[in-house]
Design a protein around this ligand. Structure first.
Ligand code: CP
Ligand code: NVA
Length: 307
């Protein structure tokens, strides 16, 4: 019964499957740009459980399901019994008898694995404290569109060793690129992910060293959702890790800059960075829609037959 395929981490899929998904994302983007109606998920329903705020993840999944002919249901812990202590496993058993897939944005990653273990239908990680794999599908699609294959390239992650950074480590393994992480002491990415990556991932305290010759520079907020009480301390500590135009100048000539957004201008990026021609943050945000449509098409069974 629990045989559904999930997407909790980049490691759940083979490298070929991941490349297939981002190529399909590009095709689905082209279909939409040409105004072609493509509704393989007619009658299908995605439940979306959000325990944290979201703009991109919610809009892209909800719009994506509608564009594929299906529907999405937005659920917050304020409205469901999950928020009143109903066990996750029970919620999973019930919901997965009613809907065709479930997307979850949560705190502890174990909430996702527990839900998935009790779900009949695919479960998608819409961000946990540990990982943000859907964002990496969009980032990898964006790099492919702008620069071709990322295999063998060098990527610099500047700032917090957070959920996004962990997902970059997984992407480095799966897409076969070198990753340099520049972070303050005490804010390193998950050691288990680092160990898995071997010499593909290196750690430094110096952003300038990290970006030397890099083909992609990526960063994220210094204070992630759930860490709000640490904000002041983090702002002071992370100051040397701000990404600026001058830092981009030290990278490869054709470097791209990405930010998963939301951005805090004046903190992790300089005020003007998203306006720099090397920034592809808006394409990257748009590609959440296309890459996740490819994921939904892959995971959710095709439409019912007419009666
Ligand atoms: N990048 C991202 O996941 O954005 P949201 O928090 O707005 O969903
Ligand atoms: N690291 C950020 C990403 C937001 C999309 C957070 O977890 O809040």
């Amino acid at each position: 019964m629990m045989s559904a395929r999930h997407f909790l981490s980049m490691m759940d899929y083979t490298p070929d499957e991941l490349v297939g998904l981002i190529r399909r994302g590009i095709e689905l983007k082209d279909l939409r740009n040409r105004g072609v109606l493509f509704e393989p998920l007619r009658g299908r329903v995605l439940a979306m459980i959000f325990e944290k705020s979201s703009t991109r993840t919610r809009v892209s999944f909800e719009a994506g399901m509608i564009q594929l002919g299906g529907q999405a249901i937005f659920l917050s812990p304020r409205d469901t019994q999950l928020g009143r202590g109903e066990p996750i496993a029970d919620g999973a058993r019930v919901m997965s008898r009613m809907v065709d897939a479930v997307m979850i944005r949560t705190f502890a990653h174990s909430n996702l694995t527990e839900f998935a273990a009790n779900s009949r239908v695919p479960v998608i990680n819409g961000l946990s404290d540990d990982l943000h794999p859907c964002q990496l599908l969009a980032d990898m699609q964006t790099f492919l569109e702008h620069r071709g294959s990322i295999k063998g390239k060098t990527v610099a992650w500047i700032g917090d060793g957070n959920n996004m950074c962990n997902s970059y480590i997984e992407a480095a393994i799966q897409f076969d690129f070198k990753l340099r992480v520049a972070c303050p002491e005490g804010y390193e990415p998950n050691a288990q992910f680092m160990a898995l990556a071997g010499d593909r991932v290196t750690l430094t305290r110096d952003p300038r060293e990290a970006v030397k010759g890099a083909h992609l520079i990526s960063t994220d907020v210094w204070t992630s959702m759930g860490q709000e009480e640490e904000t002041a301390k983090r702002i002071a500590l992370f100051k040397p890790f701000q990404v600026t135009r001058a830092l981009l100048d030290m990278a490869a000539e054709d470097v791209l800059f990405m930010h998963c957004l939301p951005a805090h201008r004046g903190e992790e990026i300089s005020e003007d960075l998203l306006d720099d021609v090397r920034s592809v943050a808006w394409d990257q945000a748009e590609n959440r829609l296309h890459a996740q449509k490819a994921l939904l098409e892959f995971l959710v069974a095709p439409a019912y037959q007419p009666a």
